[in-house]
Design a protein around this ligand. Structure first.
Ligand code: ADP
Length: 622
């Protein structure tokens, strides 16, 4: 019984992805096999899970497996699984569309650079379409487990805009994908080549991957298993090589890059489980990662049966970069998402995931500083969220953060709070930092001049999350974190007497400036933090940095906030000039300029740029 074939067009986005896949993935063409085997393995996982509640699904053919065959004359390569299979609607949904929410963003983000695109594709898991790298036609025949033989579905496409769909007779459940290989892809008809690729990329797949036994260079009807066919995490660590872990990581995460590090543990005790957690090298490109969407990446197995992706239940948000597997011996197989939310065993596993991840990062920081630097560059800002999110581990997380600093090199974020404390000067009781909206602005902040002059280190924070994160951190190892641009700063450079004298002498000038600037400043005072600059703005201890206030205001938030304090440096020639100026107009110009310069240095915007320019021009021209 076979219906008339129906021809349908791919969604526009699928066509774009297909085009991209075939053109840019060519340098990694053999990955198509890993992707198709990975789909077959997922299908077997899903059937095993479904069979927990309906044993009849696998009753006729219990051994889940993947078989790979070639037909040299027809030049076809076939990957067949006896997994869950698909119904007609599912074929249309899964193979004819790209259901993933981030796809549009992904397409928008594509550059012409093929290598970069290649990596993005990997992270989007366009798995099935990778078949078109080596095939000019792909035929998929599938039957859903439990459906009658008459409900098979045949899908076929040459990968150019459309596909055909047909209901066919399918004697067995599961999915068969047949690749009609392009003229120059004959190597994938070779038994040894296939065997080698399976060993390299798919050895860890938990189901047997079988190839026909060869006799006199020809395939027989007998099959042999060529992969290890045991879930990787159940194997003893001593037996596993780095390559094994990396290959497993890649098929788990759809990442083209290696994992940076991993931790593999078997826990036996009041409950038993296995954890295999990976930290990637690079952030994946997807909307999920930015935290706006449902998270994925950590798979929950129960006694070797895949249950669901449980990233949200097993990892806090600030560790959302972790990929891996949790395999529990004790959770009930019929566990639901709701049960996971509120289960004592799950809570224990979750805190073990956090602990093991932090252990892993600490070890990396200690033993592999270069790798840890890569981690910081990729995920340092995500980890910072943990300072607010995970109060119980705040100190451990803070220890793992790295910052740029006046004592560090360039803009590199490689100074830890412990490094800082180790370099603190005698009598120094605070960890000084400054925030700005760029590294250059932080580094050039006038507010840190006196600290610099005394050789006191200042952390230079320029990520948007920093200001917020520091608010939660407050102190580290008993040392307060202090913002160099807030509150009073007195390093005790001058004795009390001398200070009082300077302040008294500056009174008329301070008054003049206060009158001139009116409500734009909260106060005008003599600065103890300036050396080279004539003026700077300072905030109250609890005010938000000016660049943050501006960001929030731009985002439509009402930001009352106290007016900034203008501090001036009475020793600066420009300030002296202002003091001595007898021409009222010029004095007013200079006074405004002191304030405007301070605004610019603080990353604030000028109230009236045109007036500022006119003022500078008047002063320059005089
Ligand atoms: P991904 O595997 O990343 O979801 P694919 O494009 O490889 O993306 O596959 C899309 C979907 O098609 C899969 O999520 C799955 O639902 C379905 N699918 C693909 N291959 C198979 C298969 N061998 N058996 C059952 N379903 C499959």
């Amino acid at each position: 019984m076979s219906s008339v074939a129906e021809t349908r067009a791919f969604e526009a986005e699928v066509s774009q992805v297909l085009h991209l896949v075939t053109h840019s993935l060519y340098s990694h063409k053999e990955i198509f096999l890993r992707e198709l085997i990975s789909n077959a393995s997922d299908a077997c996982d899903k059937l095993r899970f479904a069979a927990l509640s309906d044993a009849s699904l696998t009753a006729d053919d219990a051994e889940l497996r993947i078989e790979i065959t070639v037909d040299r004359d027809a030049r076809t390569l076939t990957i067949r699984d006896n997994g869950i299979g698909m119904g007609r609607d599912e074929v249309v949904e899964n193979i004819g569309t790209i259901a993933r929410s981030g796809t549009r963003k992904f397409l928008e983000s594509l550059s012409g650079d093929a290598r970069k695109d290649t990596q993005l594709i990997g992270q989007f898991g366009v798995g099935f379409y990778s078949a078109f790298i080596v095939a000019d036609k792909v035929t998929l025949v599938t039957r859903k487990a439990g459906a009658p033989a008459g409900e098979g579905v045949r899908w076929e496409s040459a990968g150019s805009g459309q596909y055909t769909l047909e209901t066919v007779e399918a004697p067995q459940r599961g999915t068969t994908v047949t690749l009609h290989l392009k003229a120059d892809e004959g190597e994938f008809l070779d038994n040894w080549k296939l065997r080698e690729l399976i060993k390299r990329y798919s050895d860890h797949v938990a189901f047997p991957i079988r190839l026909p036994v060869q006799k006199d260079g020809k395939p027989t009807d007998e099959f042999e298993t060529v992969n290890h066919a045991a879930a990787l995490w159940t194997r003893p660590k001593s037996e596993l090589k780095d390559e094994d872990y990396q290959a497993f990581y890649k098929s788990l995460s759809h990442d083209f890059n290696d994992a940076l590090a991993w931790t593999h543990n078997r826990v036996e005790g009041s409950q038993s489980y296995t954890l295999l957690l990976y930290v990637p090298e690079k952030p994946p490109f997807d909307a999920v990662f930015s935290g706006r969407d449902e998270r994925h990446g950590l798979k929950l197995y129960i006694r070797r049966v895949f249950i669901m992706d449980a990233s949200e239940q097993l990892l806090p948000n600030y560790l959302r970069f972790v990929r891996g597997v949790v395999d529990s011996d004790d959770l009930p197989l019929n566990v639901s998402r709701e049960i996971l939310q509120d289960n004592r065993l799950v809570a224990q596993i979750r805190s073990a995931c956090v602990k093991r991840t932090l252990d892993l990062l600490e070890k990396l920081a200690k033993d592999a500083p270069e790798k840890f630097q890569q981690f910081t560059n990729a995920f340092g800002n995500v980890l910072k969220e943990g300072i607010a999110e995970d109060g119980a581990n705040r100190e451990r997380i803070a220890k793992l953060l790295r910052f740029a600093s006046t004592h560090g090199e360039g803009a590199d974020k490689n100074v830890s709070l412990d490094d800082y404390i180790g370099r603190m000067q005698a009598g120094q009781d605070a960890i000084w930092y400054i925030t700005a909206d760029s590294h250059a602005a932080a580094k050039g902040s006038p507010q840190i001049e006196a600290l610099r002059a005394k050789g006191i280190e200042v952390l230079l924070l320029s990520d948007r999350i920093d200001e917020w994160m520091i608010g939660y951190l407050g102190e580290y190892a008993g040392k307060k974190l202090r913002n160099a641009a807030k509150g009073d700063l007195d390093l005790g450079q001058a004795d009390e007497e001398a200070r009082k004298k300077v302040e008294a002498a500056a009174q008329p000038l301070l008054k003049k400036l206060a009158d001139l600037l009116g409500a734009r400043v909260g106060e005008v005072r003599v600065s103890h933090r300036l050396v080279d600059s004539p003026s700077c703005l300072v905030l109250g201890e609890h005010d938000m940095a000016l660049h943050m206030q501006r960001l929030l205001r731009e985002a439509g938030h009402d930001m009352p906030g106290g007016e900034p304090i203008l501090e001036i440096n009475p020793a600066h020639p420009l300030v002296r000039q202002l003091e001595a100026e007898s021409d009222e107009t010029r004095a007013a110009d200079l006074g405004q300029l002191l304030f405007e310069e301070a605004q610019l240095a603080a990353g604030d915007q000028l109230d009236d740029p045109a007036a500022f320019i006119a003022r500078v021009n008047r002063l320059l021209h005089a």
